[in-house]
Design a protein around this ligand. Structure first.
Ligand code: BGC
Length: 738
């Protein structure tokens, strides 16, 4: 018998009869509240059917770090899949699996399809670390919305993004997936991403449910080694790691993914404190918690469970609803219930949350993905234009002694380096359906823009990981023959992201040698870095004329860069992460606590202690000057409000975009505070010769309070120093007058 369930109506094929809406089981009736539909469906389910809803399989090459489970064993009762594969196949596979679920399972519960849509799906946007450097929540929101529309058009209902982990260690490859080192910025971008992905209606064909991951503390991986244990003091957890998750939950994210890491001795997959006490009870999160890939089984490797059954019991009890890919819930939950080790209520609560998400996504009414103009299609011009704008806004001009923009008088430009004519690095890790073959290289885009008569001398100088003397010599010869050299070095896409830890941030292979040899020609050299992390370039920095952090900027990274190099666009990105001089300086971040003794006490004796580039550093082709910060009043009450304003003037000859980052410092508090804490940011265009007023509406409870080690917020009277650009000013939080 073929059954297809349409909105509010059950059509029974093969000789069946049509049922009127009122005769349908309550869970099929779209007009009923979701809670009633969930309760009705749950009441009809057997234990096996419930357990299958908590199981997630992977289909297609979802993630090179994860091995596939048996491909022939997908049951129509499985609750969800992570789905990946070539764009043309994803949708068809999804609908075929869905058809099976509807036709071959007793209750016809639709399957939920998840995917890792991290920085675009078909159109690839800059990596999140780069996105953050545009300091524009609207761009992040629009980027997530664009990715959502593309992903849902391919049958993905639920994305495993945004990643909002906190990390100050660029050795950890996953720093590329973060929004940088400021908890405030990560929180703001978490909210923007959730809004962009989910929109206001999850049943629409252009929205997806969002997942905040990886909860929590994963970014504190020791030594930057992925999957390693983490030690995060409770104060640190509340100040830096939890805020973006809390912000994302409050913004309505429907999913949270528990992480891989052992957190202070209790793996996050089985951590009742973080999953139950904080996430569910304190924050009231009522969405779905999914484990990370095979993380339930990993509880055994981590030494927290003696066997699979114990791992299963502990993960579910802590609050992990869906077991991603390792099949342990399916293998053990039934016996655990029969033995009285897992209460039925725990299973019911988890299943109810999964079903609820399916109802919220409208899957019971529209289980199949209908093809639309985005399905299987290459990115359209509008999408590419957005990707280009975002890539351009994310680029950070780190150094410029005047070599950029390239002078119109240049007749020969040497375009050198292994990434000069190579697009996979531009897409970066988690490039999903981004196709290197569709992605123009920097050489393509520069060539397209150069006026007749200007020659591009192209030489790779070797590969990213290896190069020969002859290749280096060829690049040097090209530099010698040119007026200026643009040298593009950095990382393969896979060198950052998951399972991409590095013990050193130095350039791989012979790239540093290549750069030094090119610089030794005495020609002006523009160093372009394409990477998922800050790189160790201190040895090169004094020898080159200009440096651009282009990151992995996505499908249109090359066009954006070419425009910046030639002065068609004015760069405006600012670092969302501190850029160290040496790997040995890690961790080094702007919001550290003060040292006990003032400089130079305690500094390194074998080199500088300061970063190469500070958090928030980024140059422009114009100049901005900051007027004094004006405060509405010199004091603010605990429950009052205070407006701060700063006037920024574009004193140069070009239009530009300026991002104003507002920091506070609380010089004396009952729990010591960081040297600087970002509390507000805003980015806006300022035309040459004009000024713009930027405002920060300070709400003491929100902006000036801090958590204690148990997450309670403290607001204390006393001095606050406020910084913006070159300026700072002090004000007082008044003591209460009782
Ligand atoms: C990663 C997650 C990802 C999952 C599914 C894991 O290995 O840590 O970020 O969502 O795989 O691909």
């Amino acid at each position: 018998m073929n059954r297809f369930f349409l909105a509010g109506l059950c059509v029974v094929g093969s000789g069946g009869s049509f049922l009127r809406a009122a005769e349908l089981p309550a869970y099929r009736r779209a007009e009923l509240p979701i809670a009633a539909r969930v309760a009705d469906l749950l009441g009809r389910m057997t234990l096996e059917e419930k357990i299958d809803q908590l199981h997630q399989s992977g289909i297609g090459d979802t993630n090179p770090n994860n091995l596939q489970e048996r491909r022939d064993a997908y049951l129509p009762t499985y609750g969800s899949f992570i789905i990946a594969g070539p764009p043309a196949t994803v949708l068809a596979t999804r609908n075929a699996l869905q058809k099976r679920a509807l036709e071959e399972s007793r209750l016809g519960i639709p399957v939920l399809f998840a995917g890792d849509v991290i920085h675009g799906y078909r159109t690839i946007l800059p990596i999140p670390l780069a996105q953050a450097g545009a300091w524009d929540t609207d761009l992040v929101r629009r980027g997530a919305a664009l990715a959502a529309a593309e992903a849902r058009a391919h049958g993905i209902d639920w994305t495993y993004a945004p990643m909002v982990d906190h990390s100050v260690d660029a050795r950890w490859g996953r720093i590329a997936e973060t929004f940088g080192e400021s908890p405030h910025a990560s929180s703001a971008f978490a909210v923007a991403s959730v809004q962009g992905f989910q929109g206001s209606d999850l049943t629409r064909p252009d929205t997806v449910a969002a997942t905040l991951k990886h909860y929590v503390g994963y970014g504190a991986s020791e030594g930057g080694r992925d999957y390693s244990a983490t030690w995060v003091a409770p104060q640190e957890l509340w100040e830096r790691h939890l805020p973006p998750f809390e912000a994302g939950v409050r913004a309505g994210a429907r999913g949270v993914m528990s992480a891989f890491n052992d957190l202070n001795g209790i793996p996050t997959t089985a951590n009742r404190h973080t999953l139950d006490e904080i996430l569910r009870q304190r924050w009231g999160f009522d969405g779905v918690v999914v484990s990370d890939w095979a993380a339930v089984r990993q509880l055994i490797i981590q030494g927290y469970a003696a066997d699979e059954a114990e791992a299963t019991q502990r993960a579910l009890a802590a609050g992990v609803d869906i077991d991603m890919s390792d099949n342990l819930y399916r293998a053990h939950l039934r016996a655990l219930v029969e033995q009285g080790r897992v209460p039925m209520a725990q299973i019911d609560a988890a299943v109810a949350r999964v079903l609820r998400l399916k109802f919220e996504l409208g899957l019971f009414e529209r289980p199949f993905t209908e093809e639309n103009s985005l399905s299987g299609a290459a990115p359209n011009p509008e999408q590419l234009a957005f990707a280009e704008e975002f890539a351009a806004r994310s680029l950070v001009l780190l150094k410029n002694d005047g070599a950029l923009p390239v002078a119109p008088t240049a007749r020969k430009i040497a375009l050198l380096g292994p990434i000069a004519n190579y697009s996979a690095s531009l897409l970066g890790s988690w490039a999903q359906q981004g196709q290197p073959s569709e992605t123009p290289t920097i050489a393509d885009e520069l060539r397209r823009r150069l006026p007749a008569g200007v020659e591009l001398l192209l030489a790779s100088g070797g590969g990213i990981e290896a190069g020969s003397d002859a290749e280096i010599a060829e690049a040097v010869a090209a530099a010698q023959a040119a007026d200026i050299a643009v040298l593009v070095v950095g990382e393969e896409g896979w060198m950052s992201g998951e399972n991409a830890s590095r013990s050193s941030l130095r350039l791989a292979g012979r790239q540093e040698e290549l750069a030094l040899a090119v610089a030794a020609t005495g020609k002006p050299v523009v160093l372009v870095l394409v990477s998922g992390r800050p790189l160790e370039i201190a040895a090169l920095e004094p020898r080159v004329s200009a440096i651009v952090a282009a990151w992995s900027g996505g499908s249109r990274a090359a066009a954006a860069l070419a425009d910046v190099l030639l002065g068609r666009r004015n760069p405006s990105g600012k670092l969302a992460v501190t850029w160290p001089r040496t790997t040995g300086q890690i961790p080094l971040y702007h919001n550290m606590r003060p040292r006990a003794r003032l400089s130079p006490s305690g500094e390194y004796r074998d080199g500088p202690s300061t970063p190469l580039y500070e958090f928030g550093h980024g140059l422009s082709y114009t100049q901005f000057s900051y007027g004094p910060i004006k405060l509405e009043r010199p004091t603010v009450g605990l429950t009052g409000k205070l407006t701060a304003e700063v006037t920024v003037t574009n004193t140069g000859a070009r239009d530009g975009v300026e991002s104003v980052l507002w920091f506070i410092r609380d010089p004396a508090a009952s729990i010591t505070r960081p040297l600087r804490e970002l509390k507000h940011f805003e980015s806006a265009p300022i035309a040459a010769g004009t000024s713009r007023v930027f405002r920060f509406e300070i709400e003491p409870e929100r902006d000036l309070s801090f958590p204690d080690a148990d997450g309670r917020r403290i607001l204390e009277p006393g001095e606050i120093v406020l910084h913006a650009g070159t300026e700072h000013v002090s004000f007082q939080i008044e003591a209460p007058k009782w």
